[in-house]
Every structure is written in C-alpha cells, then in structure tokens.
Design a binder for this molecule. Structure first.
Ligand code: CS2
Length: 512
C-alpha cells in the first residue's frame, strides 16, 4: 500500500492486499445479482442488515445482492459508489476492534431529487425484498395513532402527484402500482425502524395512499405484498471523522463509508412473506410468528434507556451515552426505572429473562468505544417517546402501577425542546418535527412549568387524550418538568431516586 498522505481508497483492487486481520467477502462479488433493495443506507443498515446479508452470501450464495437507495441525504454516489460499494465495518468493545469488509451491497442509487431512480429499482422484477431504515418520521404517520398523517406536506404533495412522489409511503405505493401494471410479481416490504408493529404501520400508510389512488391497487397489494413486522438491534452511531481516521491509521487505506458498531446484534422477523425470501434465519436472524414481545422488550428497555440517558444526559452536561451511564446517579435512575416500572409491562419472551435483558442492555451502553451522541438519540424524540415511554406508562396506569420514574424522561424530552427555544436561551440546536411547535409554546408560556407541560400534553399527535387527561401522569410530568428546568436538574433526579417508589403508588390514578 502507498505511503501515508497518499493512501489508496478502498475498492476491489485493494481487496487482495489488505492486512490479514481484516475479514473479506468470501463469495464471488462479480457474480452477485441484485434481489434486495434497501431504502435508507445509513450507518445502521451498513452495520446490520447488510452484514446479515454478507453472512448469508458467504454461507449460501444466491441472488441476494443489495441495491441501496437514498431518497434523503446523504448522497451515496460520492461515498459508496466510488468504492464499488465496499466498506469497512468495525465492531468495537472498549479497546478491542474487529474489522471486516462487507460486500453485500452491489449498487447504490441516489433518488433525492426525483423518485424516478428509486422507482426504477423498486419496480424491477429482480427485486423481491425491500428493507427500510427511513427513521420513525419517514412513515409519515401520526405517532399516537399509527394512521397516515394526511396533513403532512409530503403526503399532501403525493396525493396530488402520485406519479412523482416524495414520501416513503408515496414512493412505495407508486412502485407497487408499476409492478401491478407490468410483471405483477409479489414483494415483501420489511420495515427495520423502531416503531411499534412497524409492519402494520407500513401497511397502513401504503394502503391509505393506494386506496385513494384507486385502480384496484389496494386489492392487488393485499393479494401480492407482505408487510412483516421486525425488530432490529445493534447500536451503530453516525460515523465520525475519527472513525475514518482509525481505519486509515490502523489499516493503511481510506474508506469514506466506514461504520462502527457494537458486538451485539439481533434481528427478529415476522414469518409473513410474499415471493422469495433471503434466508437470514440461517445466519442468526429469527423468523417468528409474533414479533410483539421482542419489539416491546427492545423498545421499552434498550431504546427507552437510550432515550432517558440522552435527555437527562444533555441536561446533566454529558456528550455521549457511555458518559451519561458512567454517572452513578443516572445509572441508578435508569436501572430503577426499567426494573421497577418497565419490567412489569413486558410480555414473556421465550428464552429471555427480562431482568437479565435489562442488565445486558445497560452493560451495552457502557461501551466506551461507541460514541453515540446524546443529541443524535434526542433527534426526533416526538416520534420515539410513544413506543419507548408512553406505551409502558399507559400499561402501568391500567394496572394502577407507579409511573413516577417513567414520567421523568417524558418531561426530559419536553425540557430538551423547551430549552432550545429562544425564550429559554437557545441552549442547543434540535431536530424534531415538533420542535417549532414546542418552541412556540415555550415562547407563549414562559417559565411556568405547569402551563408549559399542560400545553405540550395537549399535542394529540403524541399524547392521546385519555393519557393526557390522567391526573397522575399530569402531576408527575409537571413536577418533573419543573425540576428538570431548574438550575440543578440533577438535584431533581437525585430527589426522585431517593424517594421510595411505593409511596407514590398511593397517588390517585383517576383521570382529571
Ligand atoms: C437509538 C437507536 O437513535 C436512536 O433512536 O435509540 O438508533 C438505537 O441505537 C438502535 O435502535 C439500537 O438497535
């Protein structure tokens, strides 16, 4: 390899000359044909589904190359394309690094400016499986109900211009219409995002558009397209310049599509397919009848811990998850919240002890080599808190259980957005579809925590009216928001942690 300063870029020509410690694709990439399309090629996809597919190709070579499509930034042609879609996947656990070149992506397509390139791929007969990581908000649904948000500007656009769609549901509906009108081959659309019953939500939003389109599309979809739900798991934060440098220094080549993740990975997929299916179950994924217990476990424990640590972490001055959880107070808080309030809401999961799962999840978050920024996890919190916090809160209230701890990160999400408003000094920059609305509430309401919390709780797209009216929930959220907006938010967390939770069980659980 060339000397430092003029490092060679990763590409097929370099594969034979890479250091032996780097694992490489063992199958014939030149013979690989596309069969899967993936929408949303970010760090998570490169570290998760693309790795499972790489494993599968090595074990059972078949026509399952991945065509990666981005309909939002970043552009893929500038990074992956120039490397012929090869990239380095690092698994890091504190000081240990395991590196591997992934080869399962065969082609990347940028479709940010127009849906056409994406539609060409999705409508082609060779594609039988579409996986998606388009973030929670990509589904254009109303978080509290799961229904398509007909007021969403992209949906308004797509209903008026169905042949030139912009949204994920609009693009999928149009691609299915093109399939129906041409070869008619079936297809599976597999959501890999952290939304509850993600297959059901995806089916809902696509069907809602198809029904409005008419022409028998909704019926054709019902007969030919499967929308399995799935639970995916691996912590893989956004790649940083330091990650690119690690590869360059350690292995001597440049790779602009490096991805870094933790060792742990899991993929549980509902056994509900149309057409041929990649046998990911041969390489560690599970095909099951019902994903719900797995998805509750993951979103209410691992994801809820991340969300809790991100809001309390930012308020406490911590940059990353691993730093927030290294704080004894925050570690105690999140463990108590999960063990005392969340665990009783979980459904039994065969072969998994819930308390062991909590400990394992918390241990994963202590990994100092995974630099997951609290602000990254805090992004789009309005789309995450329903499944991570509000659904377990609702289950607790139904059984008369305490919600004193689970209410704190809900107020944490509010405090995070409130403190980003000009009235509260623009403490940090935020990205959340509800940020402007919460900032307007903060500007109009000022520092009165009760008025602030009440106005935010009236946001029906997030807080369903029954929950928002619950007296116990309101009281806890108001108190927590007041504490978290004070000069010393950690003093409030300390106070909540110090109080015996049983005392709170006696508070009224009636609706206001
Ligand atoms: C994180 C997830 O940013 C976030 O919302 O909570 O990306 C999380 O790291 C993954 O779900 C882990 O599987």
């Amino acid at each position: 390899m060339s000397a430092a300063g003029s490092r060679e870029n990763l590409g097929p020509a370099l594969l034979d000359r890479l250091p032996a410690e780097l694992r490489k694709p063992t199958y014939d990439r030149a013979a690989l044909q596309p069969g899967i399309a993936h929408i949303g090629v970010g760090a998570f996809h490169r570290c998760h589904q693309a790795e499972y597919t790489d494993d599968l190709l090595a074990k059972n070579f078949d026509r399952w190359g991945v065509v990666g499509i981005n309909i939002r930034p970043p552009r893929l042609t500038e990074t992956l394309d120039s490397q012929r879609c090869l990239y380095t996947r690092l698994i890091r656990q504190n000081d240990e690094v395991e590196a591997r070149i992934i080869g399962s992506i065969v082609r990347v397509v940028d479709s940010q400016d127009s849906a056409e390139p994406a539609l060409d791929v999705l409508a082609s007969p060779e594609i039988e499986m579409v996986t998606l990581t388009v973030t929670e908000k990509g589904y254009c649904h109303i978080p509290a109900s799961g229904a398509l948000d007909l007021d969403h500007s992209d949906i308004v656009h797509d209903l008026a211009n169905p042949e030139a769609p912009r949204s994920v549901p609009g693009i999928l509906a149009r691609a299915l219409e093109l399939r129906m009108a041409s070869h008619g081959r079936p297809m599976t659309l597999l959501s890999c995002d952290n939304i509850p019953a993600n297959g059901v939500i995806l089916a809902n939003v696509v069907r809602a558009i198809a029904e409005r389109r008419g022409s028998g599309l909704a019926d054709w979809i019902a007969a030919n397209v499967a929308f399995p739900s799935g639970m995916v798991d691996r912590i893989a934060p956004a790649t940083t310049a330091a990650d690119l440098e690690t590869v360059e220094k350690r292995f001597g080549y440049r790779d602009s599509a490096v991805v870094v993740g933790e060792q742990f990975r899991q993929w549980v997929i509902e056994k509900k397919f149309a057409g041929r299916v990649p046998r990911w179950d041969l390489v560690g994924a599970s095909f099951v009848e019902d994903v719900t217990p797995f998805e509750h476990l993951k979103m209410r424990v691992l994801n809820a811990a991340q969300t809790t640590l991100c809001y309390l972490g930012v308020l406490g001055g911590f940059e990353h998850t691993f730093e927030a959880i290294a704080d004894p107070l925050l570690a105690t808080f999140v463990r108590r919240m999960l063990m005392e309030e969340t665990l009783p809401t979980l459904m039994p999961v065969p072969g998994i002890s819930p308390s062991a799962y909590v400990e394992q999840s918390l241990a994963r978050l202590t990994n100092t080599a995974i630099h997951h920024r609290n602000h990254q996890i805090a992004t789009d919190g309005s789309q995450k808190i329903v499944q991570r916090l509000l659904n377990p809160i609702r289950d607790r209230l139904a059984k008369g259980g305490s919600i004193a701890l689970l209410s704190v990160p809900v107020a944490g999400w509010m405090a995070y957005l409130v403190k980003a408003s000009s009235r509260f000094g623009n403490c940090w920059q935020v990205s959340d579809p509800f940020a402007a609305r919460i900032a307007a509430i903060a500007d109009a309401t000022g520092a009165d925590s009760k008025a602030l919390a009440e106005a935010i709780l009236a946001t029906e797209a997030i807080f369903d009216p029954e929950l928002a009216a619950n007296a116990m929930f309101r009281a806890h959220v108001i108190a927590a928001l007041d504490g978290l907006l004070s000069r010393d938010p950690m003093a409030f967390v300390r106070h909540v942690c110090a109080e015996p939770i049983d005392a709170r069980l006696k508070q009224p659980a009636r609706s206001a």
